[in-house]
Design a protein around this ligand. Structure first.
Ligand code: S3P
Length: 427
């Protein structure tokens, strides 16, 4: 589906977003592992999260819906059933990588496969540490499909992450939850910490290292989760509001976990009028309201230490950057090349379509210049975050623009267009 976007005059109002995608995946997996019934409120309605639920259904987990909430009947320690066929992880790296950690510790073998994009993404990063734990995994030269075989002698490890990845960290921690001995993951660069928070792990920080121990003692228990609104889905509306004249927007009850809000602090440093009001906690996950007003922005140098914390928001930060004073530069972000699309390439191709001056590097890009007049057709590259970022750009410029294959937004936010219409004035 090719989606046309008209220029938006301004943005106003408030709304609540469905639950955060990363927290939703974990709420489902931990509830399925726990012994007993859990209730998940405000679960993400994204296709990726549905994919995780479907995989869990295929290993014997029962779900019911109850007044908009999801009831999960957890099976308890190693209570899962062998699936009848290969489990399909769709487009979702989080599903494939987190479930690999869970399956490494089961008494049956499992095959994980994915769509064309996921089948190209690197799985060696989880295979290596899981094999160090004694796990036996067959792969297609380090990519999906993976066959994870049962072993009797899974052992704990101390593992320093060679790549800053919350998915790799979580895969190891999930396997480690099945062992009496302590498994330790060491991070040199901070990444999103939902797994640690939701499992209530005691994390230690020594100078520049984050040390995360886990063992069977931390095995999840059943309970009630409220999933805070998705702060990454909020980013598109936040940038659109900042860059539209006479605009203001309140996003209610979103996740304000510090490992996710780095992009808000970056925008604030660029001059954005953004206030964050903490309202509470749900399973150690802070949530609150984010209030945004139109602002003039100035590009600044982006510290490489925050790249893993803003990795999903770089496409939409680029849109903020092209309207900000000065040149927008991203470096040290090679990980962008192995997301749902090669996001460095996807961004550069579309920015060239807009007539901007681009320099593409192996680990990033720089952009300056002015957007050329005339209608444009942007490519989504079947990547939800590219589609939404260029929908925002299209809504900010005078000429009508189209984003191709826009349906991929449902990977994280199927209601994007509805939400946009609810706060946008096109007159
Ligand atoms: C995620 C971790 C990040 C992020 C992805 C979700 C998670 O991936 O980009 O959208 O939920 O753990 P990496 O671990 O590959 O950096």
């Amino acid at each position: 589906m090719n989606q046309e976007f008209l220029k938006i005059k301004n943005i106003s109002g408030e709304f609540e977003l469905p639950g955060d995608k990363s927290i939703s995946h974990r709420a489902l997996i931990f509830s399925a592992m726990a012994d007993g019934k859990s209730t998940i409120k405000n679960l993400a309605d994204s296709v990726d999260v549905k994919t995780t639920a479907e995989c869990l259904k295929n290993i014997g987990v029962k779900f019911e819906s109850d007044s908009g909430n999801l009831i999960v009947h957890g099976v308890g320690f190693k209570g899962f059933n062998k699936p009848d066929e290969a489990l399909y992880c769709g487009n979702s790296g989080t599903t494939a990588r987190l479930l690999s950690g869970l399956f490494a510790a089961q008494d049956f073998s499992t095959i994980l496969k994915g769509d064309e994009s996921l089948s190209k993404r690197p799985m060696k990063r989880i295979i290596e540490p899981l094999e160090m734990m004694g796990c036996k995994i067959e792969s297609n030269s380090g990519t999906l499909p993976l066959k994870i075989k049962p072993v009797d002698n899974l052992k704990s490890i101390n593992y320093e992450l060679p790549v800053a990845s919350a998915q790799v960290k979580s895969a190891i921690l999930l396997a480690g939850l099945h062992l009496n001995e302590i498994t330790t993951v060491i991070e040199l660069k901070e990444t999103r910490d939902h797994t640690e928070r939701m499992l209530n792990l005691t994390v230690e920080k020594y100078s520049d290292k984050i040390i995360i121990p886990v063992s069977k003692k931390n095995y999840p228990e059943h309970g009630e989760f409220f999933v805070p609104g998705d702060i990454s889905s909020a980013a598109y509306f936040i940038v659109l509001t900042l860059l539209s004249k006479n605009s203001s927007l309140v996003l209610k009850n979103v996740s304000i976990n510090k490992t996710r809000t780095a992009y808000l602090y970056l925008l604030k440093q660029m001059g954005a009028d953004i206030s964050i009001i903490q309202k509470g906690n749900s399973y150690n996950e802070p949530l609150g309201d984010v209030i945004v007003k139109s602002s003039g922005l100035k590009n600044i140098e982006i510290d490489s230490a925050i790249i893993p914390l803003i990795i999903d928001e770089i496409p939409i930060l680029t849109i903020a950057g092209i309207f900000a004073e000065g040149e927008f530069v991203i470096r040290n972000a090679k990980e962008l090349r192995i997301k749902e699309s090669d996001r460095i390439n996807s961004i550069c191709v579309n920015l060239k379509t807009a007539g901007l001056n681009i320099e593409e590097f192996d680990d990033g890009f720089s952009v300056n210049g002015n957007i050329e007049k005339g209608s444009k057709i942007f490519k989504s590259f079947n990547d939800h975050r590219i589609a939404m970022s260029f929908a925002v750009l299209s809504s900010l410029i005078d000429d009508d623009c189209v984003v191709e294959n826009f349906e991929c937004v449902s990977i994280s936010n199927p209601k994007f267009l509805e939400q946009l219409k609810s706060v946008a004035d096109f007159s």
